[in-house]
Structures are given as structure tokens and as C-alpha cells.
Ligand binder design. Structure first.
Ligand SMILES: [Fe+2]
Length: 228
């Protein structure tokens, strides 16, 4: 019984680690034509999780369960811009998920949507006319024993684009793993800057993180100035 439990825990552990979309999006088994889909490939089943537990009403401000968990309180806030990088984009849903204070996509037993590979630190914001959003959460930790900086994953759903698509992870400039990681990996350039400075306001850390919709996104239908 104990052995079965150990195997089960190992499988769960592996599943949570492989929830990351940093390393390889192209190995996906997909049922769509990725040469036409906005955003191209998305790892099988990964992007669909944006819809699991998605509330009907989504605000521009969200608080994750992590806000009240052990760890460094973090505010992620910014503006979602159109592809010109200047015009605010309203009615855009930005879905986030990230590891907990120990570096795991830990599930929580309260709701089925908190038991997926994305873990329980997840949520949604939807921009208003000014394009702004804010997320109160806990600062994620890196995967234990690995050399990948801590990060926040994002999926975007625009009102006039049929499918959701992933954009670059948010990483933090003060992360000790960042500079070694950047020697072998490109960070950012998909939906906006990938690395942000962390500001301190009392006990709170603040990461200002803007999005530029369509930047570096495959098959994106819009062009600067509304050209097709
Ligand atoms: Fe990840």
C-alpha cells in the first residue's frame, strides 16, 4: 500500500513539474492545424485549462489563494496593450498560474479546478477600458532542484480571436537563477517583456508587467495601425 502511495505521489509530482510550458511547446499532439491557429502549437491539454473553472464574471483585479499562504506577498499589475504597444486593450482575459512557495504546482482539494496540472495558484483577470489589471498572489518559487527561474505562466483570450494562446512567462529580475538561465534560453519577446524588476512597498513586492498583444505570436491576425 505504501509502495502504491509512493508511486502515486511520484506520478503526481511528475505531472506537476511537466505543467511547465517553458521548455517545449512543439512536441504537442494537437487536433488543430497549428500552421493557422493563432499562437501556433499549444501542448496537448495545456491551453484548455484556461476554461476549467473560469467564472462567468471576471474582474480586472484578482486575488489568488496564495495571497493568504506562507511566502512573499506579490502584486503583479500592468496594462494590456494592442499590438501597437500604446492602445489599451479592453475585454481581454489574462489567465495565470504559477508554483507555490515551495516550487510546486500544488493541487488543492477544495474544487476540481484546483486539482489540475496547473495547481491551485491560478486565476483570471479581464481588462476594462483602460487595459489595466492587478493580481494579488504569493511569489512563486523555482522548481526544487532545477535551474529554471521562478515564473508565472499566462494564457490570453481576446474577445475577437477564436482561440486562446500562450504568451511568455513572467520572470523576476532579482532571481539568482535568471542570468545563468538566460545564457541558454531566450526569455520574453512573446506578448511582452519576459523579465520584470521587483519593487518593494513595505512588505509587498510589486512586479509591473505589461502585455503587448500579438507580439511574437504566430498567425496573429492584427497589424499595427489596423492593417490586415
Ligand atoms: Fe512552469
Amino acid at each position: 500500500m505504501r509502495r502504491i502511495l509512493s508511486i502515486g505521489l511520484a506520478i503526481t509530482f511528475f505531472a506537476t513539474l511537466t505543467a511547465c510550458n517553458i521548455q517545449n511547446q512543439s512536441a504537442a499532439q494537437t487536433s488543430y492545424d497549428s500552421t493557422k491557429r493563432v499562437g501556433g502549437d499549444c501542448e496537448a491539454g495545456y491551453c484548455d485549462l484556461i476554461y476549467v473553472g473560469m467564472p462567468k464574471e471576471i474582474n480586472s483585479v484578482d486575488t489568488s489563494a496564495g495571497w493568504n499562504e506562507k511566502g512573499q506577498k506579490l502584486l503583479i499589475t500592468g496594462t494590456v496593450f494592442q499590438i501597437d504597444g500604446k492602445t489599451p486593450a479592453p475585454n481581454v482575459i489574462a489567465y495565470y498560474h504559477h508554483t507555490d512557495n515551495n516550487g510546486y504546482y500544488s493541487p488543492r482539494n477544495d474544487k476540481p479546478e484546483n486539482q489540475t496540472r496547473h495547481g491551485h495558484l491560478r486565476g483570471w483577470v479581464k481588462t476594462g477600458p483602460d487595459g489595466k489589471y492587478a493580481i494579488h498572489t504569493v511569489r512563486p518559487a523555482p522548481y526544487p532542484g532545477e535551474q529554471i527561474p521562478a515564473h508565472v505562466h499566462w494564457l490570453i483570450k481576446e474577445p475577437d480571436i477564436e482561440n486562446e494562446y500562450w504568451v511568455g512567462d513572467l520572470m523576476f529580475e532579482d532571481d539568482k537563477l535568471l542570468i545563468p538561465y538566460q545564457k541558454n534560453h531566450t526569455v520574453g519577446n512573446r506578448g511582452g517583456r519576459g523579465v520584470e524588476r521587483v519593487l518593494l512597498k513595505g512588505d509587498l513586492q510589486i512586479a509591473e508587467h505589461d502585455f503587448v498583444l500579438g507580439l511574437g505570436v504566430e498567425n496573429y491576425p492584427k497589424r499595427i495601425g489596423g492593417e490586415k
